[in-house]
Design a protein around this ligand. Structure first.
Ligand SMILES: C[S@@+](CC[C@H](N)C(=O)[O-])C[C@H]1O[C@@H](n2cnc3c(N)ncnc32)[C@H](O)[C@@H]1O
Length: 279
């Protein structure tokens, strides 16, 4: 029996609890202010030379950001495309019961990291969990690497419980980092940018346009969220930008170019249209 079959349909194991049966979360006082955006940008500039610093900063910020939408203490969280364990550390720091799902074993071992026993090797478009399993379903910078990102988004909604929260965040194709390492040449076309990168560096880019990198737009995700059944939109924000920049998300075209990354936050409502908060 394969690993996928072994976990299919099974209930998800809960993580360790402190003696009182409670996990203590860390409420962070997270704020989307200009300093936070500057710090994230500085860490991003150091990504190549100091990936640990960047991914730790990103994961720490992301967990606090999610906690501001849905308290993470004791929440059962699945992170779709969680990658190496930086996000696991950060979510656990908030008291979440965190499970990572990732399709690529190599990615989970990047930067010398070792996947924990709470990592599941599976495809985000076919999650090996029962319906309504999780309190929070999270995905960061994965949709642009998936050929059918809206199937993945539908799966995320399927596995969150009514009253639970789905947070889907991805890099915008027309933004400064849309082409990843081929940026900004992707603005002249993904294939052109890939060819140029290969000529220049003598190897193909890690993120191959049309294979592991796709042109995904904020408008696509907004349309998906508006049409998804059993979903109430809580927020659509430019993930890394200060709070005041959220207004940009209302301006088609401009949002695609200026916002870098869209974060769509939804609450699952049950099929009768009722909100149910709490278990
Ligand atoms: C750019 S990394 C993002 C890692 C982490 N979430 C973050 O924000 O830093 C993209 C991750 O998505 C994973 N991934 C790509 N396609 C996937 C799929 N179909 N299902 C699950 N994970 C996938 C990759 O293996 C990789 O770990």
């Amino acid at each position: 029996m394969g690993y996928r079959q072994a976990v299919q349909g099974q209930s998800v194991p809960r993580g360790d609890r402190s003696p009182g049966g409670e996990r203590r979360g860390v409420r962070s006082g997270w704020r989307a202010d200009a300093k936070r955006s500057r710090d994230l940008f500085a860490a991003f500039l150091a990504e190549q030379s100091d990936p640990d610093r960047f991914y730790q900063a990103l994961a720490t910020d992301s967990a606090a950001q999610v906690d501001s939408w849905h308290p993470l203490t004791n929440a059962l969280v699945v992170d779709v495309g969680g990658g190496p364990g930086y996000f696991e550390d950060a979510f656990a720091g908030h008291g979440a019961d965190y499970i990572c799902v990732d399709a690529d074993a190599g990615e989970m071992r990047l930067h010398g990291r070792t996947p924990s026993s709470r990592t599941v090797h599976a495809d985000g478009t076919c999650l090996p969990f029962g319906d309504a399993t999780f309190d929070v379903v999270y995905s960061s910078n994965v949709a642009e690497h998936v050929q059918e990102p809206w199937s993945m988004a539908d799966e995320m909604v399927r596995v969150v419980r009514p009253g639970g929260t789905v947070v889907l965040s991805y890099t915008l194709w027309w933004g400064p980092w849309g082409g990843h390492e081929t940026s900004p040449w992707h603005l002249l076309g993904g294939e052109f940018a890939a060819r140029r990168y290969t000529r220049r560096y003598g190897r193909a880019p890690k993120n191959r346009f049309g294979v592991t990198l796709f042109a995904v737009h904020a408008g696509d995700g907004i349309r998906w969220a508006r049409q998804a059944p059993e979903v109430e939109i809580l927020g659509i924000v430019p993930r890394y930008l200060p709070g005041w920049a959220s207004a940009l998300m209302r301006i088609p075209a401009l949002r695609e170019v200026l916002c870098w990354n869209v974060m769509i936050v939804c609450r699952r409502i049950d099929s009768a249209g009722r909100r149910r908060v709490g278990r």
